[in-house]
Write a protein that binds this ligand. Sequence first.
Ligand code: IPE
Ligand code: IPE
Ligand code: MG
Length: 249
Amino acid sequence: MPASSHPLHKENWSINDIEINKTPPHIAIIMDGNGRWAKSKKKPRTLGHKAGVESLKNTIKACLDLNIKYLSVYTFSKENWKRPEKETSFLMNLLSLAIKQETKNLIEKNVKVKMIGDIASLDKKTIKTIASIEEKTKTFNNLQLNIMINYGSRQEILHCIQEILKDKNITPESLSEKCIEKHLYTSTIPDPDILIRSGGESRISNFLLWQLSYTELFFIDTLWPDFSEQDLINIVASYQNRHRRFGGL
Ligand code: IPE
Ligand code: IPE
Ligand code: MG
């Protein structure tokens, strides 16, 4: 991370600066910048996505070191289907391959994997791979890895409203925030404490619009394949120096 865009006063923090018993339970990441990373190296975008998977593996390890309980990563948005078919099919295959290759490691590390998004609309092979990793890791609790795939927050909210309308026990008077949360894909997951977006853009791009209401936001210039454990440590240390008010004092 270049010093100019650093969210902290201190250049680099060490893991010893972090209060490990008080790390934020939930970190969400918009992993952006794979294409530009590849372009800067005069390589095809696909190489950037491959490097992005390596970066995600390192980040999972770093989250385990930092005692993080939930890691939510945006891997493919509903709007990403606007990209050329060559790239979307590459991304879907890469995701299935990465899941298969990492299954053993995730089981060893006691990581529970949950796939979040419009899963039913994906191709049969991907659905099978997703069901398999979820089943194999469902009892684990060291870290929950939420992989957002074919995900869009507006579509999630639309789906939530459709579910609520189907439930005849819910009346306009009885509808509550809790009831809405119960019908979101993230019903069993606490809201993110930290959102990181790599790649230099300062936008949410249809990610967790309801859930990010009081999340601490970190927009960094680093392109996703270059994101390191040091970057995560810096962000968590910075988070621990922020004061969350939730509208109070
Ligand atoms: C993020 O990297 C990965 C996905 C959206 C699937 P991009 O592919 O968006 O990379 P840039 O933003 O073009 O550099
Ligand atoms: C957001 O990145 C989606 C993912 C990282 C999966 P995009 O690259 O799709 O977002 P925009 O198009 O720059 O808003
Ligand atoms: Mg992008």
